[in-house]
Design a protein around this ligand. Structure first.
Ligand code: ATP
Length: 285
């Protein structure tokens, strides 16, 4: 049995198990590899399961394949080898009830001529969601991100942080079970970023939501996550899987607490390893 066959039979077993117990991972990457047409090996044998309700950050240096992996999770890229599973099934699983995903990109990508409300409504209009239902969902999403008083405003009248809030509202309006976020706050100043991180963490804790979040920032990863996957480049691969086991509130006090600092130190050590030529062995912490 070659490794693709092995991954296939594992996937089939999961599918059966998942259907029997309802406990298949929300996302599963099984020996996933990606080599782009120009020969770049963006990912090498990535194995990763993400369970329901986890907040997982992908952390690593530029070029380690974070965005490539996230795009695969969104169905926007296909692996060269290996398999991806969504809720124990293939891509067709996505979009069925309780199995929906939304993606938030680094840029807010709002329609400049449309109000915040119209922007947030777009995915619902595209799906022909009935008007009253769409109104309620958009209003709830704008409230969650703190933009309920800005629904009639145009994007150019908003700060960068508020534009990103509108982009998140557009994703939340679809009531996703899985939210994929590609460095959404990377372009924001630190204060705004910290505020958005805190609000995102609150939103996640109030919903039945699984989040996969790409970041370069150790502090952001520790603050937000229940688990951090550290990746290294050339080829892109997973070198560490660190649970952030800090049960108290994630607030300003957490940012200066001893456990926070300890997790930052642990991740910093792994990133040093990731940056060393050829460094890195898969590790559990
Ligand atoms: N469409 C593409 N064609 C060819 N190479 C690509 C393509 N997209 C990404 N790459 C390369 O694949 C590798 C991984 O890229 P990717 O964007 O996934 O990494 P990343 O960790 O998200 O990087 P960054 O943090 O800089 O966004 C890089 O070497 C990149 O140049």
């Amino acid at each position: 049995m070659d490794r693709d066959d092995h991954a296939m039979s594992q996937a089939a077993a999961w599918e059966q198990q998942g259907e029997a117990s309802g406990e298949a991972p929300v996302l599963s990457a099984q020996r996933v590899e990606k080599t782009y047409r120009n020969g770049t090996r963006a990912l090498d044998e990535v194995r990763l399961d993400i369970g329901r309700g986890e907040f997982v950050s992908l952390l690593g240096p530029s070029g380690c394949g974070k965005s490539t992996l996230l795009k695969m999770f969104a169905g926007l890229e296909e692996p060269s080898h290996g398999h991806l599973r969504w809720w124990g099934g293939n891509l067709a699983t996505v979009g069925t009830p309780e199995r929906t995903l939304a993606m938030v990109f680094q840029e807010a990508t709002l329609m400049p001529w449309a109000t915040v409300e119209q922007n947030a409504r777009l995915p619902l209009d595209l799906r022909h969601v009935p008007r009253a239902q769409a109104d309620a969902r958009v209003a709830a999403a704008l409230k969650l991100v703190g933009l309920d008083k800005f629904h009639k405003v145009l994007p150019r009248e908003l700060s960068g942080g508020m534009q990103m809030r509108a982009s998140i509202a557009r994703a939340l309006a679809t009531s996703p079970n899985l939210l994929l976020m590609d460095e959404p706050f990377g372009a924001l100043d630190e204060f705004t970023r910290n505020k958005l991180d805190a609000d995102l963490r609150d939103i996640w804790s109030q919903q039945d939501l699984t989040v996969v979040f790409v970041t370069h920032s150790i502090y952001e990863a520790v603050f937000l996550s229940s688990r951090v996957i550290v990746m290294a480049a050339r080829p892109g691969r997973v070198i560490a899987d660190v649970a952030i086991d800090a049960p108290g509130p994630r607030d300003e006090a957490f940012r200066i607490s001893a456990p926070f600092m300890q997790y930052c130190k642990t991740l910093s050590d792994y990133l040093t390893l990731a940056n060393q030529q050829g460094g890195g062995h898969e590790a559990q912490h």
